[in-house]
Write a protein that binds this ligand. Structure first.
Ligand SMILES: Cc1cc2nc3c(=O)[nH]c(=O)nc-3n(C[C@H](O)[C@H](O)[C@H](O)COP(=O)(O)OP(=O)(O)OC[C@H]3O[C@@H](n4cnc5c(N)ncnc54)[C@H](O)[C@@H]3O)c2cc1C
Length: 158
């Protein structure tokens, strides 16, 4: 199982969050960013259940994140904001908060096609977004598949 899991390596992601006292008039709530240290930016308040504060999530491109993995958080946050500014932000608003978090194992690069790994003899299942799909939906379905395999053991003859 470990050998099979190793076929699905994880790419890192520096993730930043920047907040402003006034809304940015960008005309969109999310964007894929090309040719940049960034891969994706999203207005956090546009997601369900968030407060109204003007905050933007900034995801570092996997290659950029890998090359800059050992930056200090403050430096990574500044570089992500610079990239955001270069890509989309032409206003002169100053941030009121800026943070970054290093996700070392963030994005499955080549998820396995099987929904989970399972060893009936060991009664052991392994699941996650690295099986089936690199998003929370993939992780959920993989967890359901693992639960199904384990529950089926319970009613198996013998
Ligand atoms: C910055 C970022 C933003 C994202 N945004 C989105 C989004 O907007 N929408 C979306 O669909 N997906 C998003 N994703 C992807 C989503 O978060 C993952 O696909 C999902 O969380 C994977 O779920 P999982 O159960 O496979 O793994 P995880 O959620 O990583 O859960 C693994 C768990 O195992 C625990 N663990 C690890 N090692 C051990 C150990 N040795 N012993 C015990 N416990 C351990 C960890 O603490 C963790 O709780 C994002 C990912 C990142 C990194």
């Amino acid at each position: 199982m470990a050998a099979r899991a190793a076929v699905a390596p994880m790419a890192p992601c520096w993730a930043g969050m920047v907040s402003f006292s006034v809304p940015l008039e960008l005309g969109f709530d999310g964007a894929f960013v090309l040719g940049s240290p960034l891969s994706w930016v999203a207005r956090n308040a546009s997601k369900p259940g968030r407060d109204g504060r003007e905050s933007w999530v900034m995801h570092g491109f996997p290659d950029w994140s890998g090359q800059h993995l050992e930056l200090e958080e403050e430096d990574a946050a500044t570089q992500l904001l610079d990239a955001f500014r270069a890509a989309v932000w032409e206003l002169d608003s100053m941030p009121i908060q800026l943070d970054a978090h290093r996700w070392r194992f963030a994005l499955p690069q080549t998820p396995l096609p099987e929904p989970c790994l399972f060893d009936a003899d060991l009664r052991l299942a392994a699941c996650g977004d690295w099986c089936g799909g690199p998003r929370v939906e993939g992780a959920f379905l993989s967890g359901c598949a693992a639960a199904g395999r384990l529950l089926a053991l319970r009613w198996a003859p013998g």
